[in-house]
Structure formats: structure tokens, C-alpha cells
Design a protein around this ligand. Structure first.
Ligand SMILES: [Zn+2]
Ligand SMILES: [Zn+2]
Length: 166
């Protein structure tokens, strides 16, 4: 969805979005919904609101797939692309993300994609307490226990490694 910058009046512009996007980088399992307010301040465009979507992620510990609803605030200041390389945008507000727009349009689809990517954890967990899988036998330690004595084996290996290093 693209917004013509000329459509943003002095009072601002409110947009509601509900779209079934396909983003390669975001494993969406629901439409993306967003409520955004756009206001102009000189050449800058301030976009604030929120975005929600449901994603299917893979737990970094137990490798199970799980779904998570994201509901993230959006606070982005867009500068005209001509300002890149000038020192104007170094006066950055820490609370806001920064973007650049080119020409007469602002691409909200791109904005929503970036906001979702920004908020996906690097190592997603199905649960903070996820015990993961045994690195020796592959048992899911959330549902079963296994007989591997990982701790012992590891410390023995450490001793061996030290011997070989000498
Ligand atoms: Zn897990
Ligand atoms: Zn095991």
C-alpha cells in the first residue's frame, strides 16, 4: 500500500490496513493489521501507530514450530532521501526509528515489513523455560528425560582436549 505524500493534510492522515502480505523474511500465518497515523513536519513524515500479525517461528532450543502474535508499536520518522549524507538527520530522536522516502510516495508495505523484521527475535523460544533437545540423543527434554549424562561426558572430553593440546 502506497500513500501519496500530497494526501497527508495538515491535520494528518489515518490509515487502517488489513492485508494478506507475503514477505519472504517474515513467516506470516495471518493477515497483517495496522493502524497508522501519518503527519508531516516540514520535509519529515512521522508515522506512528501499531502493527499486529501472527507468525510461525521455530524454537531455537527444541526446534518445534510455534505461533506467536506480535503487536508492535510503530514510530518512524521518514526523511526525504536527498538528506542522506547531510548532517541533518544526525539529530535523531532515540525513541524513533528512521527511514527515507523518495519522491511523492511512501510505501507502507515496506514500512510494515521492516517493523516486523525488526521485532522478530534472533533466537525465538517457544517458552522462556524451554529445555531444548538433548544434544546426544535428540530427545525433546520438555516431554521426556533421557539417560545421557551430558555433563559428565563433556567434562571428560574437556580433560582429553587439554591433554591433546599439550
Ligand atoms: Zn522450545
Ligand atoms: Zn539424551
Amino acid at each position: 500500500m502506497k500513500i501519496l505524500i500530497a494526501d497527508i493534510t495538515d491535520e494528518g492522515l489515518e490509515v487502517d490496513i488489513e492485508e494478506s502480505y507475503r514477505f519472504e523474511e517474515v513467516p506470516l500465518v495471518s493477515p497483517v493489521k495496522a493502524h497508522l497515523g501519518l503527519t508531516k513536519a516540514h520535509a519529515e513524515i512521522i508515522v506512528s501507530g501499531n502493527v499486529t500479525a501472527e507468525l510461525e517461528l521455530e524454537c531455537s532450543r527444541c526446534l518445534k514450530r510455534f505461533r506467536r502474535v506480535m503487536d508492535e508499536p510503530v514510530n518512524v520518522v521518514y526523511h526525504p532521501i536527498e538528506e542522506i549524507g547531510t548532517d541533518r538527520h544526525e539529530l535523531k530522536d532515540d525513541e524513533m526509528d528512521m527511514g527515507f522516502y523518495k519522491g511523492e510516495e511512501l510505501d507502507l508495505q515496506e514500512l510494515l515489513k521492516e517493523q516486523l523484521i525488526l521485532n522478530i527475535q534472533m533466537k525465538p523460544l517457544c517458552d522462556e523455560k524451554c529445555k531444548g533437545i538433548c544434544s546426544h540423543c535428540g530427545t525433546d527434554l520438555n516431554t521426556e528425560t533421557c539417560g545421557c549424562e551430558t555433563g559428565k561426558i563433556d567434562s571428560r572430553l574437556e580433560v582429553l582436549k587439554k591433554l591433546f593440546e599439550k
